[in-house]
Design a protein around this ligand. Structure first.
Ligand SMILES: Cc1ncc(COP(=O)(O)O)c(C=O)c1O
Length: 367
């Protein structure tokens, strides 16, 4: 062990950081980004917002991001106000702050893997124990499974993801209701992909009223094509939001981030056109892969989990050799692909055709 490793917290020794490959290939469909660049008219609005901030950068930003939170609340609707909403640098930071305030040493967070790979890492970083209660056949999650896992582990925080990454499937509202009824702790619904749901009205935001321990996290990284800006947020009971101020760094959200986010939010309706197109490409992937004989579940996100692969790592490599980067999420026989522009999606589907023709042995027989 090196001297530095020796100094490290014992629970971090020998661990590896989050690391989706960032390879320079023509078609990148591996990190569930929005495939579209910011449209020119939206970029002009964001630029205007940013330029108004530059001369004031000698001052710290609004520590409580009040204007941004108010506009996020208006975007979410459901009668939410500034006090119900909190914002941070990506929903990753939101989730981290939730664990800093409501998890921590001696406490546990319950998750249902396979799900978002950062959840266990955020638990580790905040010294919170992570318990994985797994999922049912075909990675489904029902209310009974959630209820019995909560009864068994008595978690301080429950993480549910809807639509789930990497499966793309959304949770039934009964599952969320059952989790909140069974748990004594926080129930966090990670809705990073909510805008891509086939029924966008199905959000857990509908369940917030009267459920004070329920938290819905969202991000501008996906639907707003704003992954590089790092803006995530949550909606919850105002008292819960207030408690997060105990753990946030002072001035955690820069003036530029707040301004850029407000510019993009002003263009929400315009950006929705690209979300609709990505949903169309996602459904096209599902239909096309099924026609090729590959089992694929319907997706409510901007990505699809592909099944029927005999050797998923070899298919990943072969598709990469065709110039298309997708994601090996470590599930046997499965790979995940993000919906791209029409051209990128066509490149992916063509790459799969080529690999199926040239290497049929990599796919299940009766796929
Ligand atoms: C389910 C889920 N939650 C949260 C995030 C984090 O998003 P961000 O930190 O960019 O808001 C991701 C990113 O891929 C995700 O898949």
């Amino acid at each position: 062990m090196s001297e530095i490793e020796d100094l490290l917290r014992a629970d971090l020794r020998g661990k590896t950081p989050y690391g989706a490959p960032q390879l320079d290939v023509p078609v990148q469909l591996n990190t569930n980004e929005n495939a579209y660049a910011i449209p020119e008219d939206v970029a002009a609005v964001v630029e205007r917002h940013l330029s108004q901030e530059i001369r004031g950068l000698n001052r710290y930003p609004d520590r409580d991001a009040l204007a941004l939170r108010g506009e996020l609340a208006a975007y979410l609707g459901h009668g939410l106000t500034t006090e119900h909403v909190w914002a941070a640098n990506g929903s990753n930071e939101i989730l981290q702050q939730l664990l800093q305030a409501f998890g921590g040493p001696g406490r546990t967070v319950l998750g249902f893997m396979p799900s978002y790979s950062m959840h266990p890492l955020l638990a580790r970083g905040t010294g919170t124990g992570f318990v994985d209660a797994g999922r049912g056949a075909g990675y489904t999650l029902d209310a009974d499974h959630v209820r019995s896992a909560i009864a068994e582990h008595d978690p301080d925080v429950v993480f549910l993801v809807s639509p789930n990454n990497p499966t793309g499937t959304a949770l039934e509202p009964e599952v969320i209701d059952a989790a909140h009824a069974a748990a004594r702790g926080l129930v966090v619904i990670d809705e990073a992909y909510a805008e891509f749901a086939r029924d966008p009205g199905a959000s857990a935001l509908n369940l917030l009223e009267g459920r004070r321990r329920l938290v819905v996290t969202r991000t501008m990284s996906k639907a707003f094509a704003f992954a590089g800006a790092r803006v995530g947020y949550l909606a919850a009971d105002p008292e819960l939001v207030e408690k997060l101020l105990l753990v946030r760094l002072p001035y955690h959200l820069s003036s530029l981030t707040q301004a850029a986010a407000r510019g993009a939010l002003a263009c929400a309706a315009r950006l929705q056109a690209e979300v609709d197109e990505l949903k169309h490409q996602r459904d096209r992937i599902v239909k096309n892969l099924r026609a090729k004989g590959l089992p694929v579940a319907d997706s409510d996100a901007n990505f699809v989990l592909i099944g029927g692969l005999r050797d998923a790592p070899a298919v990943w490599r072969a598709v990469l050799d065709e110039g298309v980067l997708i994601r090996d999420v470590g599930l046997p026989g499965r790979l995940r692909v993000t919906a791209g522009t029409e051209k990128e999606t066509t490149a992916f589907l063509d790459a799969v055709d080529t690999v199926m023709q040239q290497r049929p042995e990599l796919f299940e027989e009766n796929k």
